[in-house]
Design a protein around this ligand. Sequence first.
Ligand code: FE2
Ligand code: FE2
Length: 224
Amino acid sequence: MEHSTAESRIMTQRNYSPADLLMMGFDQTLRTLFGRPQVTERLNPARDMDETDLSEQERDESARLMRINHTGEVCAQALYQGQALTAKLPEVRKSMERAAQEENDHLAWCENRLHELDNRKSLLNPFWYAGSFMIGAAAGLVGDKWSLGFVAETEHQVETHLNEHLGRLAVNDEKSRAILQQMKEDEIHHATVALEAGGAKLPGPVKSAMKLTSKLMTKSVYYL
Ligand SMILES: [Fe+2]
Ligand SMILES: [Fe+2]
């Protein structure tokens, strides 16, 4: 059951019961992990690019990096969905809606690139999805300004991580590079949106815990 952007806008404007929200959340979870996520009108930035020559080693490294980025986007979906479930102000949910949909673009682009590189999604995705969902829901419960601050900090950390991956990709892998470059621009924008919506600056220990968690994710997904 695909929803258009207009339909989903109407969905967020209606008042749903907790049971409705739970069912819609479940639907989104299945789409994120196993199905076709709801994307925006934007096209894959690498769609018109030709495949370049990559050695077997370069190809393998690109695939591992794209797998990490794909899992990162699974986590982003879970965080946004968790937060949407517990966000107090409907405006917060609304201001995050477009960002969450753009994360689905990222998810689809990374998955597509993984196929092109003849590789697979991470086996750990359900685990990281569940963990991120709980973290997102908890952030939403603490309060909207903290939850938005959490989004901004996540996006800053993802930007740093994407810079690192852009440095590690084979110079020749223009397709993966084009995708990561566009993702980076989007994440910077998402951080700005969250801050403008009232996001607070997170305490240092929280930031460190977030960095440690993402390190665990990137290390495990590189292999699995
Ligand atoms: Fe993203
Ligand atoms: Fe983002």
